[in-house]
Design a protein around this ligand. Structure first.
Ligand SMILES: [Cu+2]
Length: 288
């Protein structure tokens, strides 16, 4: 709950104006124009095991889409695999798809950081990603939809809305924080709930919070990593700061030297100086 409140706080200055402007799609299409900016890593790497997390049809009935993921969705960095068919049942292999995630929270709405797919499908899937910054909540009527804006050669633009459900992760994997003069950010740890013992690479994505847009932060920053075992009162040597690895990804090293609960504390640095003004701490269960 604490994490949700923090994220709502991060969003509050513009959630309301967004609602007031919610009847026009200018913002949506503007975001679509930035399509070429970023693509997910390994566009062609499609896992063998995928589960369907949602489906939808365009209003004109000419396009249907199914969205797959490796597991049920949680409020964290999620890779999505999109399969589309035209009205004749032919699988679409080339299209410019813009993912537009939207959470409706009663009278308000907001988006989420996205990684747009490439324009050709691999094995019939367009691979993209969304960082779900909040879980769905049926009681509070917080509902996610992924809107797919689809442009195909020689076809009119189309749109498919795919309602999806996002479960809450046990330990936060996306954390909003204040970066002083640098603004507000989301830092997302790209890691499962559990990691093995050992010194290992660890990946993040960094996004700026700019009204209802979340541009990936490509470079100029570094993420200092410190490890700590809260139950034992010690840390570990051999961590390496996460450095820009392109397209908003950051890669570093953490030495999780024994099994148990670890905290990875991340500080955002610019030109070697700490700019984050609040602690950003990820909890990781480490197994043998
Ligand atoms: Cu929300």
């Amino acid at each position: 709950m604490l994490n949700i409140n923090k994220i709502v706080l991060a969003l509050i200055p513009w959630v309301l104006p967004l609602f007031m402007a919610c009847n026009n799609n200018t913002k949506a299409y503007k975001q679509a124009d930035t399509h070429q900016e970023k693509t997910i890593e390994d566009q062609d790497n499609i896992p063998d095991k995928l589960i369907e997390v949602g489906e939808g049809k365009s209003v004109d009935g000419n396009l249907s889409a199914k969205v797959f993921a490796t597991d049920s969705l949680t409020d964290s960095y999620q890779e999505l695999f999109i399969q589309m068919e035209d009205s004749k049942g032919t699988v679409v292999k080339k299209a410019k798809i813009s993912l537009l995630p939207e959470m409706k929270m009663g009278m308000m709405a907001h988006g989420a950081p996205v990684i747009q797919p490439a324009e050709s499908a691999a094995n019939g899937f367009f691979k993209g990603g969304v960082i779900f910054i909040m879980p769905s909540s049926i009681e509070s009527q917080h509902n996610w939809t992924i809107n797919l804006l689809v442009d195909q050669m020689g076809e009119p633009s189309n749109r498919v809305n795919v309602p999806i459900h996002v479960k809450e992760v046990k330990e936060a994997r996306t954390i909003a924080f204040d970066g002083g003069d640098e603004g507000r950010f989301f830092l997302s740890l790209i890691a499962p709930e559990r990691l093995p013992v050992g010194n290992q690479f660890i990946r993040f994505m960094l996004h700026r919070v700019s009204k209802n847009e979340f541009p990936a932060v490509f470079d100029g920053y570094e993420i200092a990593l410190n490890t700590h075992m809260p139950d034992m009162g010690h840390g570990s040597e051999g961590n390496e700061n996460a450095k820009a690895a392109g397209e908003g990804y950051y890669k570093g090293k953490v030495n999780l030297s024994m099994p148990g609960l670890w905290e990875v504390k991340a500080d955002l640095l610019k030109d070697g100086k700490k700019v984050s003004t609040e602690p950003v701490i990820f909890k990781i269960q480490v197994k043998k």
